[in-house]
Design a protein around this ligand. Structure first.
Ligand code: GUN
Length: 298
């Protein structure tokens, strides 16, 4: 392996310490940031993610709570809960965990969350602000975390060829919007590839910064990467592994061993982008709380 590892765990920890300091400063002004996570149904992976979010928010000194609702919850009931949280001054951030049961429309739920409390950055108002380059909205946590990884690892994005594989609303599209902005962590020339892209490798081989967010295990192999490129793996997949008790292990969208022979820097899975998502959620929540102080002081 010749690539240097980008240690997402260590960078996320540094951000969590910064957030804890911001929380302490807010406490001096009588404000405790509050994050409420709503989980509908009993999807095992979602329950794990939600537990981690609550634990991290409490560790940072925030008021973290999780509201667990049965899978039979109606859309009207969920919207009524969101309205109640919108009106609760002690709740600064609202996160409705996805995926929702099939009888609930996620877009309708997201549109009901007040943009000022949408710490996921999924509301159309926040997505629009990101695209325009306004910095008073909230940015989706995973792409915001990728930018922090790049900046804090000393990766120059200005003028770089950045290629994103994946066009999801949560990662691919906001990632492109961030990388193209004219500021730190931006100024890149951005290409977005997807399932209809002709000859994917032609594009990935041009990338100085390659971001894989496709959701397909180990799809990006070393021969698709330009020597010296920085490779960011957003994937969280499982693959068979007989040596594990569960019979599977976590892997990314990048075939790590072959990619690490070619890249100059690379994120591992786990321990790369994953820990950054929660760190950025905490940062968004503390910002949401700070903005309420600013508004009241005006
Ligand atoms: N499900 C998986 N990741 C996320 C996330 O970042 N936010 C929400 N709300 N649901 C998710």
């Amino acid at each position: 392996m010749r690539a240097e590892l980008i240690d997402g765990k260590a960078i996320a920890e540094a951000i969590r310490l910064e957030v804890a300091a911001d929380v302490a400063a807010l406490a001096g002004r009588g404000v405790v940031p509050g994050l409420t996570v709503v989980l509908v149904g009993d999807d095992a992976a979602s329950a794990t993610y939600v537990g981690a979010k609550e634990k991290a928010s409490k560790a940072a000194g925030m008021r973290g709570e999780t509201l667990r609702l049965p899978a039979s919850t109606t859309q009207a009931e969920l919207l009524a809960l969101v309205e109640r949280l919108n009106a609760d001054a002690g709740v600064h951030g609202i996160l409705v965990q996805m995926p929702l049961p099939p009888h609930i429309d996620p877009d309708t739920v997201i549109r009901h969350i007040r943009p000022e409390k949408d710490v996921d950055g999924f509301h159309p108002v926040n997505v629009g602000k990101l695209l325009i380059g306004h910095t008073d909205g909230f940015v989706s946590c995973t792409p915001a975390g990728v930018i922090e990884l790049l900046i804090r690892s000393g990766v120059e994005t200005r003028g770089a060829e950045a290629v994103i594989v994946g066009r999801s609303n949560i990662v691919g599209k906001p990632m492109a919007a961030l990388l193209v902005q004219g500021r730190a962590g931006g100024d890149a020339t951005v290409t977005v590839c997807h399932s209809r892209t002709r000859d994917l490798a032609v594009h990935t081989k041009r990338a100085d910064i390659l971001i894989a967010a496709i959701g397909r295990a180990e799809m990006i192999t070393g021969d698709m990467i330009k020597p010296g490129a920085v490779v960011i793996d957003v994937g969280m997949n499982t693959k068979p592994d007989a040596s594990k008790i569960k019979g599977t292990r976590l892997c990314g969208d990048v075939h790590f061993e072959s990619a690490a022979e070619v890249a100059s820097k690379i994120t591992p899975v786990p321990g790369g982008v994953g820990p950054m998502t929660i760190a950025m959620l905490l940062r968004n929540t503390v910002r949401a709380a700070e903005r309420t102080v600013l508004v009241t002081a005006r």
